[in-house]
Design a protein around this ligand. Sequence first.
Ligand SMILES: [Ca+2]
Length: 285
Amino acid sequence: MKSKLILAAFICTFALSCGGNLPAERPQLKQLSSTYFSSGLESGTLSGPYSTTQFSTTDSDISINSNPLYVHSGHYSAQIHFYICGDSTNPACRAAHQDDDHSLNIWEDSSNPLDLYADGLSHFLFQGYVYIKHPEAGATVDGIQRKLVYMWADTSSPGNLWSCMLTTDATNGVMPVRFVVQNYPLGGQTSSYYTTAALRYNTWYSVEIEVQDSTVTAPPWDGLVRVWVNGELVLEKTQMDLNRGQTYPIKVWHIGQQVDRGNYDPVNEYRFWDDITLSAPTSSQ
Ligand SMILES: [Ca+2]
C-alpha cells in the first residue's frame, strides 16, 4: 500500500488533473471482449499470426528482436530503430527540428488494402508492452519527444480528422507520459493534453489505453479516456470532446511512432514492443 501511495504522489506531481478517487476495479475492460488484434511476435517475423499485412514489413528500421534482454514474453519482440544524425552541414541529417517516423501499424479502415476488420472503432482498448532502451553512446538522451502510440481517425479526408496519442518528453532520464488530443493527425492543433505517469529507460512497461468517442456532436460531451501504466490507472477523463464533434472513429494505430527533436542533437535509439492487443466491445463490431 505504501508503495502505491508513493506512486500516486509521484504521478500527481506531474499530473495536470489528479482525479482523486480512481476506481480500483477496471470494469470497463471486462466489457471489451472482442479481440481485433493480438500478437506477441512469436511467429518470429513481422507477419504476425493474425495477419500477414497489418504490421509494417517494409520499414528497414523495424525488425524482429530475439535478444532475450529485450523480449517481454516468449522468444521475440519488435525492435524499432530511430536515427537522425546531428551534423547541421550534412543534408542527410535533415532539419534541426526533425522527426523520425517508424511504427507498427494496425489498420481498421476499409479504404485501406490492409484492412481486415471493421471500419474503425469508436470504443477500444489498446494494450502493449514497451521498452525504451537508453539512447546509444553519442546520442542525445533528453530533449526528445517520443510518441508511443499515435491513433488516427482518418488518413484520407482532410477536415474529417482527429487524433490522439500517448507521447513522452525526457528530462534527466525521466519521461513524463502525456495523453494528447489533436484536431488533425499530422502536427495539427493540440486541443488538450494530460500528463499521466513517468517512464524510465531500460524498463518494460505495460501500457493500456481505453478510448470511447463522444457519441454527441455538441456539448455536453461524453467521450472517455483511461490510461493504465503497469496496471495502475494513471488517467481517467470523462465528458471529453475527444472526437471534436465529429463521428469518425479511430482507424489506424501507429505503435511506436515517433521521435521528434528540436535541434541538431543526434538521435540514435531503440525501442521494443511486445504482446500487443487491440480489443473492443462486441457491440462495436
Ligand atoms: Ca514476444
